[in-house]
Design a protein around this ligand. Structure first.
Ligand SMILES: [Zn+2]
Length: 324
């Protein structure tokens, strides 16, 4: 066994000859087995039927390892799962990608992103990457919100003034999620670590008039259905996009770090507000995606935020879409 660097292989016909391989074989070896933490590009477009999907990178939380992150797994267990997926084990990599759909001439943004450093200091890339993708955020017609955790909704508000960033867009959310977080007695009942976020939500969101509260199964746009996916939060929801014979499930945080939860769907993340319900939801949706050959994207999947699941006993194997 010997090591070959990328440099010695790229375009080297001589190397091909030396190895007794056909000359036309192209060597494109990864520089290292570990994919880069930050993506090579900030946006990525693909089609689902006639719907144009643009995945836009916001940033990454380099979360220090924490024994409380997964309630029923140790830090060693989570590191082993990361290593098996070919990811860094130096920290817990939690990237954030936001998807914008172009349906006809309508622009629909799926969650609002984390609000330029309001969630993590280095998750600031959404506006620039959106602009580079040719999308003007002032032209967004509709936002569909999966749930009210900061990384998904702080992008709705200005960091200093809490002024709405999308005052004229329609904001669609599961009524269960909205009502839970804005319940007058909620803040007092929240865990200490959630109180500040809860207070901001409860004091600002009800002052906006552009919310549209919907129920499980609602058709929220032509070809888009909201499906309740509770557990991560009480009203956590996913969106099923159908165009022609193709479908895409915008799965939000159902399977948030697939390197961990695909092989261990029974692991309970500390961010799953109701762990057992989150596990039931996870199995139900991923089994459906596999059975019905539905494409899937997730907010915290490695960029570009999509990939493929297959069954592996009672668990799953996940292959991320390659970065471009
Ligand atoms: Zn999230």
């Amino acid at each position: 066994m010997f090591n070959i660097t990328r440099r010695t292989l790229l375009g080297s016909a001589a190397a091909a000859a030396a190895f007794g391989l056909p000359r036309q074989l192209e060597f494109v070896m990864p520089a290292s087995a570990e994919p880069p933490v930050e993506p090579l590009t900030g946006h990525y477009k693909y089609k689902v039927g006639s719907v144009e999907v643009t995945a836009i990178y916001d940033g990454i939380w380099r979360k220090p390892h924490d024994p409380a992150f997964i309630k029923n797994a140790s830090v060693e267990d989570t590191k082993a799962a990361l290593a098996k997926a070919g990811l860094t084990t130096e920290f817990m990599p939690i990237p954030l990608t936001v998807v914008v759909l172009k349906v006809g001439d309508r622009l629909i943004m799926m969650d609002a992103g984390s609000g330029v450093g309001q969630w993590q200091a280095n998750a600031t890339h959404l506006p620039a990457n959106m602009k580079a993708a040719g999308i003007d955020y002032t032209k967004i017609d509709t936002l569909m919100i999966s749930h009210f955790h900061p990384d998904h909704v702080w992008g709705l508000m200005d960091k200093e003034t809490n002024a709405p960033v999308f005052p004229n867009a329609e904001l669609i959310v599961n009524a269960t999620e909205y009502n839970w977080w804005t319940d007058p007695g909620r803040v007092d009942k929240l865990a200490e670590g959630r109180k500040a976020a809860g207070r901001r939500i409860a004091s600002i969101f009800p002052t906006w008039k552009n919310w549209k509260l919907v129920e499980d199964g609602a058709d929220v746009a032509p070809g888009i259905q909201m499906i309740a996916a509770p557990g991560h939060t009480p009203g956590h929801s996913v969106f099923l996009v159908t165009s022609g014979t193709e479908q895409l499930l915008v799965s939000a945080d159902t399977m948030y770090v697939p390197a961990l939860l695909a092989p261990h769907p029974e692991w309970q993340g500390s961010y799953d507000q109701d762990g057992p319900t989150a596990i039931t939801t996870r199995h139900k949706l991923i089994d459906r995606v596999i059975a019905d050959n539905i494409r899937i994207c997730g907010s915290h999947f490695p960029f570009p935020g999509s990939g493929t699941f297959v069954k592996d006993g009672n668990a799953y194997a996940f292959t991320p879409t390659a970065q471009v």
